[in-house]
Design a protein around this ligand. Sequence first.
Ligand code: ZN
Length: 148
Amino acid sequence: MDLGALYQDVILEHNRSPKNFGELKESSGTAHGRNPMCGDEVTIWLRVDGDVVQDVSFVGSGCAISKASASMMTQAVKGKTRGEATKLFEAFHGMVTGHPMDEATLGKLKVFSGVSRFPTRVKCASLAWHAMKEALESPAATRADSAR
Ligand code: ZN
């Protein structure tokens, strides 16, 4: 498998026109991630209401894998409960690190499964997911949750 096989159409399309791109007003949690090995940067905003991720957005720069992964992460996580978002994180992380579990829940995100064969690309693909999890667990997001 060559590196070209990683760049499937869906990844190139999300890189070209990313979804949910831009700062989220009235977010309940935010986190920034960097991947110095590749030069990828990403900032994630989440708005959690009760137990549900009502909205999620990102701003980032870097390689196609990192941007497409952030874009598809926002689509996957929006509307999910905290528990579901955490499970998706675990399933995605398992897939790209070569320890697949719960792959059925990943749907379109499975286009990133080839990443596990390219160790230097694992961070590119998982960067936005780590930032999402950090934003999900940030004090402000937790406060919004316990305010009910
Ligand atoms: Zn990268």
